[in-house]
Design a protein around this ligand. Structure first.
Ligand code: FAD
Ligand code: NAP
Length: 335
């Protein structure tokens, strides 16, 4: 356990902030001991995986637990499926690569997402038409109040668009310790509807999960800033789902506005389109700003403060609201 420990290496924005206490947690026993001890400090707790979905706006006056619980265990296997129980501290992308090497399908569209397996259910990570909820069979989580491991089925977690029970009623009450997966054995159903994937694999009859993963990796490397080079936390804002009537009204003024109907009758609009049209793409103010190739991504050019980035995000929200009447919501967790 470290006191006043620098967190710069533990958040992909690369922001300078100190944790009052910092502890690496490698199994459930250590987690229980840390939870009991942290209670005696009177400080709040913050658990982190890879720190790729958090904006630190100040020092973290809290007990920070780095979740490093490892292990990928096969629990059950049939001719068509495999059931896995995976430690929350496993690196997400390494887990995806392992699944592909074993011929287990379902997570290939989620290649190259940074972070840990344990954080994946928190916001129901998603990319290219696949979400964690499509492959998640359940979650084991430590409950601070009781000191017990609680077993959740996937349906109990109320997964939604970048949302779950853990972001609402379960917030700050549980630590995900293991995630249960149900993956497919060949033949695999592939998800290749997104335009960028179509462009790389047009009607490719020979495509398999490995080819889809390779395509996703290639697209992401060409579009997204690498946090090792320029600090960021991926998409800063969620894509808003707006009423169909509002979308039709916007289309009258901007005929090229994209929109994807959702199951509930609304229309999902890419936040990146709104931010770009509002003039923010590539905006730079000193050492922070908006990425010049992906308007959804706020960046730290080096030495920025988290509070400056948070303030910028609020200005973007207000400007998009004034120009389009659409309220953006932050996806990144702000501390
Ligand atoms: P952290 O940032 O460490 O934590 C995120 C939140 O989850 C915090 O509130 C934390 O307290 C909580 N948390 C973490 N671990 C646990 C646990 N074990 N138990 C309870 N709470 C926990 N996201 C997508 O959905 N799709 C994408 O395509 C995508 N692309 C990205 C690309 C880039 C370049 C970057 C930087 C980020 C991207 N993200 C994407 C966001 C991010 O990678 C994911 O949200 C990821 O799941 C975060 O994992 P993490 O371990 O880094 O979480
Ligand atoms: P993109 O392919 O340029 O598409 C722009 C937006 O339109 C996406 O955000 C996507 O919504 C939506 N979209 C595109 N094609 C669609 C389709 N056929 N059906 C439904 N919706 C469609 O997006 P991008 O920025 O390059 O990102 C590609 C994928 O990676 C997206 O799924 C995105 O969510 C994910 N990603 C997430 C993060 C993050 O930090 N959360 C960072 C980078 C990339 P959805 O976002 O709902 O898919």
């Amino acid at each position: 356990m470290l006191e006043n420990a620098p967190l710069r290496a533990y958040n992909t924005f690369g922001l300078e902030a100190n944790a009052r206490f910092l502890t690496e947690i490698s199994d459930e026993t250590a987690l229980h001991a840390w939870a009991q001890w942290s209670q005696t400090t009177g400080l709040p707790r913050l658990v982190l995986g890879g720190g790729s979905n958090i904006l630190l706006t100040r020092d973290v006056e809290a007990c920070v637990g780095l979740i490093r619980i490892a292990g990928i265990a096969v629990m059950d296997e049939t001719d068509t499926h495999v059931s896995l129980r995976v430690g929350a501290g496993e690196n997400w992308h390494n887990f995806v690569m392992h699944c592909i090497s074993m011929g287990w399908g379902g997570v290939e569209n989620l290649s190259l997402i940074p972070g840990t397996v344990g954080a994946a259910p928190i916001q129901n990570i998603g990319a290219y038409g696949v979400e964690l909820k499509d492959v998640c069979a359940g979650v084991e989580a430590y409950e601070y109040e009781t000191g017990e491991i609680v077993h959740f089925t996937a349906s109990e977690l109320h997964f939604g668009y970048r949302d779950s029970f853990f972001k609402r009623e379960g917030k700050d009450r549980f630590v995900v310790t293991r995630v249960l997966f149900r993956l497919n054995k060949p033949p695999h159903a592939l998800h290749t509807a997104y335009g960028d994937i179509q462009a790389l694999l047009p009607n490719d009859k020979a495509a398999d999960i490995e080819a889809v993963s390779r395509a996703v990796i290639q697209i992401r490397q060409s579009k997204l800033p690498d946090p090792a080079v320029i600090g960021n936390s991926g998409s800063f804002f969620k894509n808003p789902v707006i009423p169909a009537a509002l979308h039709a009204g916007l289309k009258a003024n901007w005929p090229e506005i994209p929109g994807y109907p959702d199951a509930a009758g609304g229309v999902k609009v890419p936040a990146a389109w709104l931010i770009e049209r509002a003039g923010w793409k590539g905006y730079r103010e000193g050492n922070f700003g908006v990425h010049d190739r992906q308007a959804l991504v706020l960046v730290n050019h080096g030495g920025a403060s988290g509070s400056d980035i948070a303030a910028l995000s609020l200005r973007i929200i207000a400007d998009v609201k004034a120009k389009f009447g659409v309220e953006l919501e932050r996806e990144v967790n702000v501390w």
